[in-house]
Design a protein around this ligand. Structure first.
Ligand code: ADP
Ligand code: MG
Length: 584
Protein backbone atom coordinates (compact mmCIF):
# COMPACT_ATOMS: atom_id res chain seq x y z
CA UNK A 1 0.00 0.00 0.00
CA UNK A 2 1.21 3.47 -0.76
CA UNK A 3 0.02 7.05 -0.54
CA UNK A 4 -3.64 7.73 -0.56
CA UNK A 5 -4.89 9.73 -3.55
CA UNK A 6 -8.32 11.04 -4.35
CA UNK A 7 -9.46 9.50 -7.63
CA UNK A 8 -10.04 11.91 -10.49
CA UNK A 9 -13.75 12.40 -11.13
CA UNK A 10 -13.69 10.56 -14.43
CA UNK A 11 -12.13 7.44 -12.98
CA UNK A 12 -14.57 7.54 -10.07
CA UNK A 13 -17.38 7.78 -12.61
CA UNK A 14 -15.99 4.87 -14.59
CA UNK A 15 -15.91 2.77 -11.47
CA UNK A 16 -19.45 3.81 -10.55
CA UNK A 17 -20.49 3.07 -14.12
CA UNK A 18 -19.58 -0.56 -13.49
CA UNK A 19 -22.56 -0.81 -11.22
CA UNK A 20 -25.09 1.18 -13.19
CA UNK A 21 -24.19 0.30 -16.77
CA UNK A 22 -23.38 -3.32 -17.28
CA UNK A 23 -24.34 -3.67 -20.90
CA UNK A 24 -26.11 -1.75 -23.67
CA UNK A 25 -29.51 -2.66 -22.26
CA UNK A 26 -28.72 -0.91 -18.96
CA UNK A 27 -27.92 2.28 -20.88
CA UNK A 28 -31.22 1.87 -22.70
CA UNK A 29 -33.12 1.42 -19.45
CA UNK A 30 -31.62 4.53 -17.88
CA UNK A 31 -32.20 6.75 -20.89
CA UNK A 32 -35.76 5.48 -21.39
CA UNK A 33 -36.45 6.29 -17.78
CA UNK A 34 -35.06 9.78 -18.25
CA UNK A 35 -37.38 10.24 -21.20
CA UNK A 36 -40.35 9.18 -19.10
CA UNK A 37 -39.32 11.59 -16.38
CA UNK A 38 -39.13 14.34 -18.99
CA UNK A 39 -42.82 13.84 -19.75
CA UNK A 40 -42.29 12.42 -23.23
CA UNK A 41 -45.25 11.04 -25.16
CA UNK A 42 -43.22 9.65 -28.08
CA UNK A 43 -39.94 7.82 -27.73
CA UNK A 44 -37.87 6.26 -30.50
CA UNK A 45 -34.90 3.99 -30.03
CA UNK A 46 -32.38 3.35 -32.81
CA UNK A 47 -29.58 0.89 -32.21
CA UNK A 48 -26.78 -0.76 -34.13
CA UNK A 49 -24.94 -3.94 -33.26
CA UNK A 50 -27.24 -4.61 -30.31
CA UNK A 51 -26.35 -1.21 -28.88
CA UNK A 52 -22.64 -1.96 -28.65
CA UNK A 53 -21.66 0.68 -31.21
CA UNK A 54 -24.74 2.89 -31.34
CA UNK A 55 -27.74 3.58 -29.15
CA UNK A 56 -29.96 6.57 -29.77
CA UNK A 57 -32.98 7.54 -27.69
CA UNK A 58 -35.09 10.43 -28.95
CA UNK A 59 -38.00 11.86 -27.01
CA UNK A 60 -40.43 14.76 -27.17
CA UNK A 61 -40.19 15.56 -23.47
CA UNK A 62 -39.39 18.82 -21.69
CA UNK A 63 -35.84 19.16 -23.03
CA UNK A 64 -32.99 20.90 -21.22
CA UNK A 65 -31.63 24.41 -21.08
CA UNK A 66 -28.06 25.04 -22.17
CA UNK A 67 -27.04 25.36 -18.53
CA UNK A 68 -28.63 22.08 -17.58
CA UNK A 69 -27.20 20.14 -20.47
CA UNK A 70 -23.73 21.21 -19.38
CA UNK A 71 -24.41 19.75 -15.95
CA UNK A 72 -26.54 16.73 -16.66
CA UNK A 73 -23.65 14.30 -17.12
CA UNK A 74 -21.90 15.32 -13.91
CA UNK A 75 -21.97 12.92 -11.02
CA UNK A 76 -24.91 13.53 -8.67
CA UNK A 77 -26.46 15.90 -11.18
CA UNK A 78 -30.21 15.57 -10.92
CA UNK A 79 -33.18 17.86 -11.26
CA UNK A 80 -35.35 15.43 -9.36
CA UNK A 81 -34.51 15.80 -5.67
CA UNK A 82 -33.28 18.68 -3.57
CA UNK A 83 -33.40 17.46 -0.02
CA UNK A 84 -33.32 14.13 1.75
CA UNK A 85 -37.04 14.15 2.49
CA UNK A 86 -37.73 14.22 -1.22
CA UNK A 87 -36.50 10.64 -1.21
CA UNK A 88 -39.71 9.51 0.41
CA UNK A 89 -42.04 10.95 -2.16
CA UNK A 90 -40.27 10.16 -5.35
CA UNK A 91 -42.51 10.02 -8.37
CA UNK A 92 -39.79 9.96 -11.02
CA UNK A 93 -37.95 6.89 -12.25
CA UNK A 94 -34.49 8.35 -11.64
CA UNK A 95 -33.24 10.52 -8.78
CA UNK A 96 -29.64 9.56 -8.14
CA UNK A 97 -28.05 11.62 -10.87
CA UNK A 98 -25.80 8.72 -11.73
CA UNK A 99 -26.91 7.44 -15.08
CA UNK A 100 -25.71 10.09 -17.49
CA UNK A 101 -22.48 10.56 -15.53
CA UNK A 102 -21.80 6.85 -15.82
CA UNK A 103 -22.68 6.63 -19.48
CA UNK A 104 -20.64 9.71 -20.36
CA UNK A 105 -17.58 8.22 -18.68
CA UNK A 106 -17.59 5.04 -20.72
CA UNK A 107 -18.99 6.08 -24.10
CA UNK A 108 -18.95 8.91 -26.57
CA UNK A 109 -22.14 10.82 -25.96
CA UNK A 110 -23.93 13.39 -28.06
CA UNK A 111 -26.98 15.15 -26.66
CA UNK A 112 -29.27 17.38 -28.70
CA UNK A 113 -32.00 19.02 -26.73
CA UNK A 114 -34.50 21.87 -26.91
CA UNK A 115 -37.16 23.16 -24.57
CA UNK A 116 -40.48 24.27 -26.00
CA UNK A 117 -39.84 27.85 -24.84
CA UNK A 118 -36.43 28.13 -26.52
CA UNK A 119 -36.00 29.05 -30.16
CA UNK A 120 -32.75 27.24 -30.60
CA UNK A 121 -31.67 23.96 -29.14
CA UNK A 122 -28.20 22.91 -28.06
CA UNK A 123 -25.93 20.10 -29.10
CA UNK A 124 -23.16 18.83 -26.88
CA UNK A 125 -20.44 16.24 -27.44
CA UNK A 126 -18.95 14.54 -24.41
CA UNK A 127 -15.98 12.21 -24.31
CA UNK A 128 -14.24 10.81 -21.26
CA UNK A 129 -16.72 12.71 -19.15
CA UNK A 130 -15.59 16.07 -20.61
CA UNK A 131 -17.33 18.49 -22.96
CA UNK A 132 -15.64 18.29 -26.35
CA UNK A 133 -17.97 20.58 -28.20
CA UNK A 134 -21.09 22.58 -27.48
CA UNK A 135 -23.13 24.51 -30.03
CA UNK A 136 -26.52 26.03 -30.55
CA UNK A 137 -28.52 24.19 -33.17
CA UNK A 138 -31.94 23.84 -34.66
CA UNK A 139 -33.86 21.02 -33.08
CA UNK A 140 -37.32 19.72 -32.44
CA UNK A 141 -38.65 19.94 -28.88
CA UNK A 142 -37.29 17.24 -26.63
CA UNK A 143 -34.04 15.38 -26.19
CA UNK A 144 -32.06 13.01 -28.32
CA UNK A 145 -29.14 11.16 -26.79
CA UNK A 146 -26.67 9.22 -28.90
CA UNK A 147 -24.42 6.79 -27.08
CA UNK A 148 -21.58 5.57 -29.27
CA UNK A 149 -19.05 2.81 -28.72
CA UNK A 150 -20.01 1.76 -25.25
CA UNK A 151 -16.96 0.82 -23.13
CA UNK A 152 -14.59 2.11 -25.86
CA UNK A 153 -12.21 3.20 -23.09
CA UNK A 154 -12.72 0.17 -20.81
CA UNK A 155 -11.62 -2.80 -22.95
CA UNK A 156 -12.03 -5.25 -20.08
CA UNK A 157 -15.73 -4.47 -19.89
CA UNK A 158 -16.17 -4.36 -23.63
CA UNK A 159 -14.75 -7.86 -23.90
CA UNK A 160 -17.16 -9.00 -21.27
CA UNK A 161 -20.12 -8.23 -23.52
CA UNK A 162 -21.86 -11.21 -25.07
CA UNK A 163 -22.72 -11.85 -28.70
CA UNK A 164 -24.92 -9.38 -30.55
CA UNK A 165 -27.72 -11.88 -30.38
CA UNK A 166 -27.61 -12.15 -26.61
CA UNK A 167 -27.10 -8.44 -26.08
CA UNK A 168 -30.04 -7.75 -28.34
CA UNK A 169 -32.18 -10.09 -26.29
CA UNK A 170 -31.38 -7.96 -23.25
CA UNK A 171 -32.23 -4.81 -25.18
CA UNK A 172 -35.49 -6.27 -26.37
CA UNK A 173 -36.44 -7.41 -22.89
CA UNK A 174 -35.76 -3.98 -21.43
CA UNK A 175 -37.75 -2.37 -24.22
CA UNK A 176 -40.70 -4.69 -23.71
CA UNK A 177 -40.73 -4.08 -19.96
CA UNK A 178 -40.70 -0.36 -20.59
CA UNK A 179 -43.46 -0.59 -23.19
CA UNK A 180 -45.70 -2.65 -20.93
CA UNK A 181 -45.20 -0.23 -18.06
CA UNK A 182 -46.08 2.73 -20.27
CA UNK A 183 -48.76 1.79 -22.79
CA UNK A 184 -49.90 5.41 -23.04
CA UNK A 185 -46.59 6.32 -24.67
CA UNK A 186 -45.84 5.66 -28.34
CA UNK A 187 -42.55 3.74 -28.53
CA UNK A 188 -40.50 2.46 -31.44
CA UNK A 189 -37.43 0.29 -31.67
CA UNK A 190 -35.19 0.00 -34.72
CA UNK A 191 -32.23 -2.35 -34.91
CA UNK A 192 -29.66 -2.10 -37.71
CA UNK A 193 -32.16 -0.02 -39.68
CA UNK A 194 -35.04 -2.43 -39.44
CA UNK A 195 -38.17 -1.80 -37.43
CA UNK A 196 -38.58 -4.19 -34.51
CA UNK A 197 -41.45 -2.56 -32.62
CA UNK A 198 -43.76 0.27 -33.55
CA UNK A 199 -46.16 0.55 -30.66
CA UNK A 200 -48.80 3.24 -30.91
CA UNK A 201 -50.13 4.76 -27.72
CA UNK A 202 -52.81 2.44 -26.41
CA UNK A 203 -54.28 0.76 -23.38
CA UNK A 204 -52.56 -2.09 -21.57
CA UNK A 205 -54.59 -4.86 -23.19
CA UNK A 206 -53.82 -3.56 -26.65
CA UNK A 207 -50.16 -3.12 -25.74
CA UNK A 208 -49.85 -6.71 -24.52
CA UNK A 209 -51.46 -7.97 -27.70
CA UNK A 210 -49.23 -5.77 -29.86
CA UNK A 211 -46.13 -7.07 -28.18
CA UNK A 212 -46.94 -10.68 -27.53
CA UNK A 213 -49.26 -11.49 -30.37
CA UNK A 214 -52.87 -11.34 -31.38
CA UNK A 215 -53.77 -14.69 -29.84
CA UNK A 216 -53.05 -13.20 -26.42
CA UNK A 217 -56.21 -11.12 -26.44
CA UNK A 218 -58.52 -13.98 -25.62
CA UNK A 219 -56.31 -15.31 -22.88
CA UNK A 220 -56.39 -12.15 -20.79
CA UNK A 221 -58.54 -11.88 -17.72
CA UNK A 222 -58.73 -8.34 -16.35
CA UNK A 223 -58.04 -7.67 -12.70
CA UNK A 224 -58.85 -4.57 -10.72
CA UNK A 225 -58.92 -3.69 -7.05
CA UNK A 226 -58.56 -0.56 -4.98
CA UNK A 227 -57.78 -0.40 -1.30
CA UNK A 228 -56.13 2.25 0.83
CA UNK A 229 -52.83 0.36 0.67
CA UNK A 230 -52.65 -0.49 -2.95
CA UNK A 231 -54.42 -0.03 -6.21
CA UNK A 232 -54.14 -2.95 -8.54
CA UNK A 233 -54.95 -3.39 -12.17
CA UNK A 234 -53.80 -5.34 -15.18
CA UNK A 235 -54.34 -8.76 -16.65
CA UNK A 236 -53.72 -12.35 -15.79
CA UNK A 237 -53.61 -15.24 -18.23
CA UNK A 238 -56.36 -17.81 -18.31
CA UNK A 239 -55.24 -20.99 -16.56
CA UNK A 240 -55.19 -23.04 -19.74
CA UNK A 241 -52.59 -20.74 -21.26
CA UNK A 242 -50.04 -21.28 -18.48
CA UNK A 243 -46.65 -22.39 -19.76
CA UNK A 244 -43.80 -24.48 -18.52
CA UNK A 245 -41.32 -21.69 -19.09
CA UNK A 246 -41.14 -18.30 -17.46
CA UNK A 247 -41.18 -15.15 -19.53
CA UNK A 248 -44.58 -13.51 -19.35
CA UNK A 249 -44.60 -12.52 -15.72
CA UNK A 250 -44.59 -8.78 -15.20
CA UNK A 251 -45.18 -6.84 -12.03
CA UNK A 252 -44.87 -3.10 -11.89
CA UNK A 253 -44.97 -0.93 -8.82
CA UNK A 254 -45.71 2.68 -9.69
CA UNK A 255 -44.60 1.85 -13.24
CA UNK A 256 -41.29 0.41 -12.06
CA UNK A 257 -40.66 -3.21 -13.06
CA UNK A 258 -39.99 -5.34 -10.04
CA UNK A 259 -39.35 -8.93 -9.13
CA UNK A 260 -40.74 -10.17 -5.88
CA UNK A 261 -40.58 -13.75 -4.75
CA UNK A 262 -43.54 -13.59 -2.43
CA UNK A 263 -45.73 -11.90 -5.00
CA UNK A 264 -44.83 -14.55 -7.57
CA UNK A 265 -45.59 -17.16 -4.97
CA UNK A 266 -49.03 -15.87 -4.10
CA UNK A 267 -49.94 -15.59 -7.76
CA UNK A 268 -48.82 -19.15 -8.40
CA UNK A 269 -50.84 -20.26 -5.37
CA UNK A 270 -53.95 -18.52 -6.60
CA UNK A 271 -53.82 -20.69 -9.70
CA UNK A 272 -52.93 -23.81 -7.81
CA UNK A 273 -56.04 -25.81 -8.44
CA UNK A 274 -56.34 -24.61 -11.97
CA UNK A 275 -53.04 -25.44 -13.58
CA UNK A 276 -50.85 -28.49 -13.62
CA UNK A 277 -47.70 -28.63 -11.55
CA UNK A 278 -44.66 -26.82 -12.98
CA UNK A 279 -46.80 -24.58 -15.14
CA UNK A 280 -46.53 -20.84 -14.73
CA UNK A 281 -49.35 -18.43 -15.52
CA UNK A 282 -48.79 -15.17 -17.39
CA UNK A 283 -49.44 -11.93 -15.62
CA UNK A 284 -49.17 -8.23 -16.26
CA UNK A 285 -49.91 -6.48 -13.01
CA UNK A 286 -49.64 -2.83 -12.05
CA UNK A 287 -49.56 -1.90 -8.41
CA UNK A 288 -50.00 1.71 -7.40
CA UNK A 289 -48.72 2.19 -3.89
CA UNK A 290 -48.37 5.51 -2.07
CA UNK A 291 -44.68 6.41 -2.27
CA UNK A 292 -44.35 6.67 1.49
CA UNK A 293 -45.29 3.00 1.85
CA UNK A 294 -42.46 1.61 -0.24
CA UNK A 295 -38.72 1.85 0.01
CA UNK A 296 -37.72 3.23 -3.32
CA UNK A 297 -34.11 3.72 -2.37
CA UNK A 298 -33.06 0.70 -4.28
CA UNK A 299 -30.11 0.38 -6.53
CA UNK A 300 -30.90 1.34 -10.13
CA UNK A 301 -30.03 -2.04 -11.53
CA UNK A 302 -31.90 -3.95 -8.88
CA UNK A 303 -35.50 -4.89 -9.23
CA UNK A 304 -36.28 -5.78 -5.65
CA UNK A 305 -38.50 -3.56 -3.62
CA UNK A 306 -39.56 -3.31 0.00
CA UNK A 307 -43.15 -2.71 1.05
CA UNK A 308 -44.14 -1.38 4.40
CA UNK A 309 -47.18 -3.67 4.55
CA UNK A 310 -45.92 -6.59 2.55
CA UNK A 311 -48.27 -9.20 3.96
CA UNK A 312 -51.35 -7.12 3.39
CA UNK A 313 -50.32 -6.18 -0.14
CA UNK A 314 -49.68 -9.81 -0.95
CA UNK A 315 -52.99 -10.94 0.50
CA UNK A 316 -54.80 -8.36 -1.60
CA UNK A 317 -53.02 -9.52 -4.75
CA UNK A 318 -53.89 -13.14 -4.00
CA UNK A 319 -57.54 -12.55 -3.37
CA UNK A 320 -57.93 -10.22 -6.35
CA UNK A 321 -56.52 -12.87 -8.64
CA UNK A 322 -58.66 -15.63 -7.19
CA UNK A 323 -61.70 -13.46 -7.52
CA UNK A 324 -60.89 -12.68 -11.15
CA UNK A 325 -60.27 -16.33 -11.93
CA UNK A 326 -63.53 -17.29 -10.31
CA UNK A 327 -65.43 -14.66 -12.23
CA UNK A 328 -63.86 -15.65 -15.48
CA UNK A 329 -64.57 -19.27 -14.71
CA UNK A 330 -65.98 -21.32 -17.46
CA UNK A 331 -69.55 -20.27 -17.28
CA UNK A 332 -71.46 -21.75 -20.18
CA UNK A 333 -75.02 -20.60 -20.25
CA UNK A 334 -77.26 -23.15 -18.71
CA UNK A 335 -80.78 -22.23 -17.85
CA UNK A 336 -80.27 -21.90 -14.14
CA UNK A 337 -77.75 -19.63 -12.57
CA UNK A 338 -74.91 -20.73 -10.46
CA UNK A 339 -73.56 -19.62 -7.19
CA UNK A 340 -69.88 -19.20 -6.91
CA UNK A 341 -68.54 -18.93 -3.43
CA UNK A 342 -65.10 -17.92 -2.30
CA UNK A 343 -63.31 -17.52 0.92
CA UNK A 344 -62.60 -13.97 0.00
CA UNK A 345 -63.20 -10.68 1.67
CA UNK A 346 -65.45 -9.57 -1.14
CA UNK A 347 -68.98 -8.55 -1.44
CA UNK A 348 -70.05 -9.57 -4.84
CA UNK A 349 -71.74 -6.69 -6.52
CA UNK A 350 -74.52 -6.96 -8.99
CA UNK A 351 -74.47 -10.72 -8.84
CA UNK A 352 -77.81 -12.26 -8.19
CA UNK A 353 -78.02 -13.84 -4.78
CA UNK A 354 -79.13 -17.36 -5.36
CA UNK A 355 -80.14 -20.00 -2.97
CA UNK A 356 -77.20 -21.95 -1.70
CA UNK A 357 -76.95 -25.21 -3.61
CA UNK A 358 -77.58 -28.04 -1.26
CA UNK A 359 -75.24 -30.93 -1.04
CA UNK A 360 -77.02 -33.94 -2.24
CA UNK A 361 -75.81 -37.44 -2.24
CA UNK A 362 -77.68 -39.70 -4.50
CA UNK A 363 -77.61 -42.61 -2.11
CA UNK A 364 -79.89 -44.86 -4.07
CA UNK A 365 -78.06 -44.44 -7.24
CA UNK A 366 -75.64 -47.07 -8.37
CA UNK A 367 -74.43 -46.64 -11.92
CA UNK A 368 -73.16 -50.16 -12.08
CA UNK A 369 -76.35 -51.93 -11.35
CA UNK A 370 -77.29 -54.45 -13.99
CA UNK A 371 -73.80 -54.56 -15.29
CA UNK A 372 -72.10 -57.85 -15.45
CA UNK A 373 -68.64 -56.43 -15.02
CA UNK A 374 -67.37 -57.42 -11.64
CA UNK A 375 -66.44 -54.11 -10.16
CA UNK A 376 -66.80 -52.68 -6.71
CA UNK A 377 -70.01 -50.84 -6.22
CA UNK A 378 -69.64 -47.13 -6.43
CA UNK A 379 -71.85 -44.18 -5.79
CA UNK A 380 -71.69 -41.04 -7.79
CA UNK A 381 -71.84 -38.01 -5.63
CA UNK A 382 -73.46 -34.95 -7.02
CA UNK A 383 -73.86 -31.60 -5.55
CA UNK A 384 -76.73 -29.41 -6.53
CA UNK A 385 -80.21 -28.55 -5.49
CA UNK A 386 -81.42 -28.71 -9.07
CA UNK A 387 -80.90 -32.43 -9.17
CA UNK A 388 -84.25 -33.03 -7.49
CA UNK A 389 -86.01 -31.45 -10.39
CA UNK A 390 -86.89 -34.41 -12.59
CA UNK A 391 -88.58 -32.21 -15.20
CA UNK A 392 -85.52 -30.11 -15.53
CA UNK A 393 -83.37 -33.19 -16.07
CA UNK A 394 -85.81 -34.50 -18.65
CA UNK A 395 -85.75 -31.21 -20.51
CA UNK A 396 -82.12 -31.70 -21.52
CA UNK A 397 -81.39 -33.14 -24.92
CA UNK A 398 -79.55 -36.45 -24.86
CA UNK A 399 -75.83 -35.96 -24.78
CA UNK A 400 -73.47 -37.74 -27.15
CA UNK A 401 -70.71 -39.95 -25.82
CA UNK A 402 -67.33 -40.32 -27.42
CA UNK A 403 -65.40 -43.46 -26.50
CA UNK A 404 -67.00 -43.52 -23.07
CA UNK A 405 -64.64 -40.76 -22.11
CA UNK A 406 -66.15 -37.54 -23.33
CA UNK A 407 -69.72 -36.35 -23.03
CA UNK A 408 -70.93 -33.78 -25.53
CA UNK A 409 -73.81 -31.51 -24.56
CA UNK A 410 -75.64 -28.94 -26.54
CA UNK A 411 -75.30 -26.15 -24.05
CA UNK A 412 -77.19 -23.37 -25.81
CA UNK A 413 -78.25 -22.86 -29.40
CA UNK A 414 -74.81 -21.60 -30.11
CA UNK A 415 -72.60 -23.71 -27.96
CA UNK A 416 -71.38 -27.22 -27.35
CA UNK A 417 -69.91 -28.29 -24.09
CA UNK A 418 -67.62 -31.30 -24.01
CA UNK A 419 -66.92 -32.81 -20.63
CA UNK A 420 -64.12 -35.18 -19.70
CA UNK A 421 -66.14 -37.61 -17.65
CA UNK A 422 -63.58 -38.75 -15.12
CA UNK A 423 -61.93 -35.40 -14.56
CA UNK A 424 -65.28 -33.71 -14.19
CA UNK A 425 -66.27 -36.21 -11.58
CA UNK A 426 -63.00 -35.67 -9.75
CA UNK A 427 -63.66 -31.96 -9.66
CA UNK A 428 -67.12 -32.49 -8.22
CA UNK A 429 -65.87 -34.92 -5.60
CA UNK A 430 -62.93 -32.74 -4.71
CA UNK A 431 -65.03 -29.68 -4.01
CA UNK A 432 -67.57 -31.80 -2.20
CA UNK A 433 -64.99 -33.31 0.14
CA UNK A 434 -63.20 -30.06 0.63
CA UNK A 435 -66.43 -28.38 1.65
CA UNK A 436 -67.24 -31.25 3.98
CA UNK A 437 -63.90 -30.92 5.67
CA UNK A 438 -64.07 -27.15 5.94
CA UNK A 439 -67.64 -27.06 7.21
CA UNK A 440 -67.16 -30.14 9.35
CA UNK A 441 -70.16 -31.72 7.71
CA UNK A 442 -68.64 -35.04 6.72
CA UNK A 443 -70.73 -38.08 7.44
CA UNK A 444 -69.20 -41.29 8.49
CA UNK A 445 -70.15 -44.96 8.25
CA UNK A 446 -69.10 -47.49 10.81
CA UNK A 447 -67.60 -50.59 9.31
CA UNK A 448 -69.20 -53.87 10.19
CA UNK A 449 -65.78 -55.41 10.56
CA UNK A 450 -62.85 -53.20 11.31
CA UNK A 451 -60.26 -53.15 8.57
CA UNK A 452 -56.65 -53.89 9.34
CA UNK A 453 -54.12 -52.16 7.19
CA UNK A 454 -50.48 -53.11 7.11
CA UNK A 455 -48.11 -50.24 6.60
CA UNK A 456 -44.41 -49.62 7.03
CA UNK A 457 -43.12 -47.63 9.98
CA UNK A 458 -42.77 -44.38 8.06
CA UNK A 459 -46.33 -44.61 6.81
CA UNK A 460 -47.66 -45.37 10.26
CA UNK A 461 -45.94 -42.26 11.53
CA UNK A 462 -47.38 -40.23 8.70
CA UNK A 463 -50.91 -41.50 9.14
CA UNK A 464 -50.86 -40.76 12.85
CA UNK A 465 -49.75 -37.23 12.06
CA UNK A 466 -52.75 -36.95 9.77
CA UNK A 467 -55.18 -38.57 12.14
CA UNK A 468 -57.06 -35.39 13.09
CA UNK A 469 -57.51 -34.43 9.48
CA UNK A 470 -58.69 -37.91 8.59
CA UNK A 471 -61.21 -37.80 11.44
CA UNK A 472 -62.62 -34.63 9.95
CA UNK A 473 -63.43 -36.38 6.72
CA UNK A 474 -64.94 -39.40 8.42
CA UNK A 475 -62.17 -41.91 9.06
CA UNK A 476 -61.45 -43.22 12.50
CA UNK A 477 -58.34 -45.25 13.06
CA UNK A 478 -56.15 -46.77 15.72
CA UNK A 479 -52.61 -48.06 15.76
CA UNK A 480 -52.80 -51.65 16.92
CA UNK A 481 -49.33 -52.92 16.19
CA UNK A 482 -45.95 -51.60 15.18
CA UNK A 483 -46.86 -51.82 11.53
CA UNK A 484 -50.62 -52.13 11.55
CA UNK A 485 -53.54 -49.79 11.98
CA UNK A 486 -57.18 -50.62 12.15
CA UNK A 487 -59.88 -48.55 10.54
CA UNK A 488 -63.25 -48.54 12.25
CA UNK A 489 -65.16 -46.08 10.19
CA UNK A 490 -64.81 -44.43 6.83
CA UNK A 491 -66.45 -41.50 5.05
CA UNK A 492 -70.05 -42.34 4.18
CA UNK A 493 -69.30 -42.07 0.48
CA UNK A 494 -66.41 -44.45 0.69
CA UNK A 495 -66.64 -47.94 -0.63
CA UNK A 496 -65.61 -50.28 2.16
CA UNK A 497 -63.98 -52.67 -0.27
CA UNK A 498 -61.08 -50.46 -1.18
CA UNK A 499 -60.28 -48.79 2.11
CA UNK A 500 -56.66 -49.89 1.95
CA UNK A 501 -56.22 -48.36 -1.47
CA UNK A 502 -57.93 -45.15 -0.40
CA UNK A 503 -55.66 -44.80 2.61
CA UNK A 504 -52.57 -45.54 0.54
CA UNK A 505 -53.62 -42.91 -1.97
CA UNK A 506 -53.90 -40.37 0.80
CA UNK A 507 -50.47 -41.25 2.15
CA UNK A 508 -49.03 -40.96 -1.30
CA UNK A 509 -50.08 -37.31 -1.42
CA UNK A 510 -47.96 -36.51 1.59
CA UNK A 511 -44.89 -38.59 0.91
CA UNK A 512 -41.76 -36.88 -0.30
CA UNK A 513 -42.62 -33.82 1.68
CA UNK A 514 -40.46 -32.50 4.45
CA UNK A 515 -43.38 -30.91 6.22
CA UNK A 516 -46.95 -31.97 5.94
CA UNK A 517 -48.38 -28.78 7.30
CA UNK A 518 -49.52 -27.20 4.08
CA UNK A 519 -52.82 -27.83 2.39
CA UNK A 520 -53.62 -30.97 4.30
CA UNK A 521 -57.35 -30.79 3.69
CA UNK A 522 -56.85 -30.14 0.08
CA UNK A 523 -54.54 -33.07 -0.40
CA UNK A 524 -56.89 -35.40 1.41
CA UNK A 525 -59.80 -34.16 -0.68
CA UNK A 526 -57.80 -34.66 -3.87
CA UNK A 527 -56.86 -38.19 -3.06
CA UNK A 528 -60.40 -39.12 -2.04
CA UNK A 529 -61.59 -37.65 -5.32
CA UNK A 530 -58.98 -39.73 -7.13
CA UNK A 531 -59.97 -42.91 -5.38
CA UNK A 532 -63.67 -42.47 -5.83
CA UNK A 533 -64.01 -40.97 -9.26
CA UNK A 534 -65.91 -42.89 -11.85
CA UNK A 535 -63.83 -44.99 -14.15
CA UNK A 536 -63.68 -44.07 -17.79
CA UNK A 537 -64.89 -47.44 -18.89
CA UNK A 538 -68.20 -47.27 -17.05
CA UNK A 539 -71.39 -46.63 -18.91
CA UNK A 540 -73.64 -43.83 -17.74
CA UNK A 541 -77.32 -43.19 -18.39
CA UNK A 542 -78.60 -39.93 -19.83
CA UNK A 543 -79.82 -38.87 -16.42
CA UNK A 544 -76.47 -39.54 -14.81
CA UNK A 545 -74.65 -37.60 -17.44
CA UNK A 546 -76.93 -34.64 -17.04
CA UNK A 547 -76.52 -34.75 -13.30
CA UNK A 548 -72.79 -34.84 -13.78
CA UNK A 549 -72.95 -31.76 -15.93
CA UNK A 550 -75.19 -29.85 -13.54
CA UNK A 551 -72.99 -30.74 -10.60
CA UNK A 552 -69.90 -29.71 -12.48
CA UNK A 553 -71.36 -26.37 -13.40
CA UNK A 554 -72.08 -25.78 -9.74
CA UNK A 555 -68.43 -26.16 -8.89
CA UNK A 556 -66.24 -23.17 -8.16
CA UNK A 557 -63.74 -24.17 -10.79
CA UNK A 558 -65.49 -26.44 -13.26
CA UNK A 559 -62.96 -26.04 -16.03
CA UNK A 560 -60.26 -28.27 -14.59
CA UNK A 561 -59.81 -31.33 -12.42
CA UNK A 562 -58.26 -30.76 -8.99
CA UNK A 563 -54.81 -31.35 -10.45
CA UNK A 564 -55.29 -28.64 -13.01
CA UNK A 565 -55.96 -30.79 -16.05
CA UNK A 566 -58.68 -29.64 -18.39
CA UNK A 567 -62.12 -31.05 -17.66
CA UNK A 568 -64.26 -29.07 -20.07
CA UNK A 569 -64.02 -27.88 -23.62
CA UNK A 570 -66.42 -25.26 -24.88
CA UNK A 571 -67.02 -24.90 -28.58
CA UNK A 572 -69.15 -22.01 -29.67
CA UNK A 573 -70.58 -20.66 -32.85
CA UNK A 574 -67.88 -18.00 -33.16
CA UNK A 575 -65.16 -20.66 -32.96
CA UNK A 576 -66.88 -22.56 -35.73
CA UNK A 577 -67.19 -19.49 -37.88
CA UNK A 578 -63.55 -18.79 -37.34
CA UNK A 579 -62.59 -22.36 -38.08
CA UNK A 580 -64.57 -22.48 -41.30
CA UNK A 581 -63.57 -18.96 -42.22
CA UNK A 582 -67.17 -17.79 -42.52
CA UNK A 583 -67.51 -14.04 -42.70
CA UNK A 584 -70.44 -12.47 -40.93
P1 ADP B 1 -31.47 11.18 -12.63
O1 ADP B 1 -32.41 10.61 -13.64
O2 ADP B 1 -31.24 10.25 -11.49
O3 ADP B 1 -31.83 12.56 -12.20
P2 ADP B 1 -29.57 11.09 -14.75
O4 ADP B 1 -28.09 11.04 -14.75
O5 ADP B 1 -30.29 9.96 -15.38
O6 ADP B 1 -30.03 11.29 -13.27
O7 ADP B 1 -30.00 12.43 -15.43
C1 ADP B 1 -29.51 13.65 -14.94
C2 ADP B 1 -30.44 14.80 -15.25
O8 ADP B 1 -30.43 15.08 -16.64
C3 ADP B 1 -31.90 14.52 -14.95
O9 ADP B 1 -32.21 14.78 -13.59
C4 ADP B 1 -32.62 15.46 -15.90
O10 ADP B 1 -32.73 16.73 -15.33
C5 ADP B 1 -31.68 15.54 -17.08
N1 ADP B 1 -32.12 14.66 -18.18
C6 ADP B 1 -31.60 13.48 -18.52
N2 ADP B 1 -32.24 12.94 -19.60
C7 ADP B 1 -33.19 13.83 -19.95
C8 ADP B 1 -34.20 13.85 -20.98
N3 ADP B 1 -34.35 12.85 -21.85
N4 ADP B 1 -35.00 14.95 -21.04
C9 ADP B 1 -34.86 15.96 -20.17
N5 ADP B 1 -33.95 15.98 -19.17
C10 ADP B 1 -33.11 14.94 -19.06
MG1 MG C 1 -32.08 8.96 -14.80
Amino acid sequence: MGNIKILPENIANQIAAGEVIQRPSSALKETLENSIDSGAKNISVYIKKAGKTYLQISDDGCGMSKDDVKKCFKRHATSKINKINDLFKIKTMGFRGEALASIASIAQVEITTKRKTDILGVKILIENGKIKEINDCTSTNGTSIKIKNLFYNVPARRNFLKSDQIEFRHISKEFVIFSLANPEICVKLYHNNSEIYYLEKSNLRQRIVNILGRNKNEMLVPIKEKTSLVELNGFIGKPETAKKTRGEQYIFVNKRYIRHRNINKIIQQSYEELIAKNYIPSYFINLEIPTNLIDINIHPTKTEIKFENENAVIAIIGSTIKHALGKYNIAPSIDFSQEISFNLPYKKEKEKILKEPKIKIDKNYNPFENQDEKIPKQKIIYESSELDNKDLIKSFASPIIIKKKFIVFQSTDEELLIIHKKRAHKRILFEYFQKNIENKTATTQKLLFEKKILLNKEDIKLILELEKDLNLIGFSLKKIEENCISINSVPAECNDENVQETIENILEQFKNEKKITTNRNKKIAISLADSMSISNSKNMTKEEMIKLKISLMNCNFPSVCPRGKKAVFKLNYNDLEKYFNVSK
